[in-house]
Design a protein around this ligand. Sequence first.
Ligand code: ADP
Ligand code: AMP
Length: 213
Amino acid sequence: MKIIMLGAPGAGKGTQAEMISEKYHLPHISTGDIFRANIKNGTELGKEAKSYMDKGLLVPDELTVRILLDRVAEEDCKEGYILDGFPRNIPQAEVLDAELGKLGDKIDAAIDIEVPDENIIERMMGRRACTSCGATYHIVNVPPKKEGTCDKCGDALILRDDDREETVRNRLNVYHEQTQPLIEFYQKKGVLKTFDGTKDMMDVFKEITEILA
Ligand code: ADP
Ligand code: AMP
């Protein structure tokens, strides 16, 4: 099963992708996490990606597409995967489609999680992310057991550099201009499923599992 998560930054894509990954034993592939791991390790790719991420802009397709295609070619992706944060624009979606088409394959479900812009800022300000395993929390909605510490791996939780208010506003503009058109793209392919992301995360998850079952 090949699944794409759609929705604004902060809609809950990573939160749901993580739960889907555990239930269906599919790898959760987040291009944002791949970039952040590269930034942490000080790679050339990380340095280049950071200059765009800090401004809330998309990392250029030439960098992003290759990384994603290499990742989905790995052994653990044979039975499928969950893409979180890719594709982010129509050209990325077209490349993915073409590559899958060469293998006689396709995306099975595009899960669109809808949350109004006015709720997004509050979510992002409260988000805390683990720098090691990528797990995310929210200081009010999804608090870790011990403040500032990841429940899963025990490492430190941080406020992401790009989760500051001005950057979040830029990211929302980029989302509306470049990413939102993907909703129609996948609707036309007949694989779009839309969910109300303002509901409790477990309720959203239950609804998602009902359509994936
Ligand atoms: P995305 O991957 O779409 O950027 P996240 O999954 O990181 O979004 O979620 C953004 C923030 O909102 C996180 O702090 C997360 O804990 C919180 N969150 C996720 N889903 C919900 C929900 N249904 N209700 C309230 N808060 C949520
Ligand atoms: P995310 O973790 O999905 O919120 O992504 C964080 C940042 O990484 C984005 O604001 C972009 O700068 C960059 N990024 C992640 N995925 C992509 C992508 N598919 N295309 C371009 N940039 C991306």
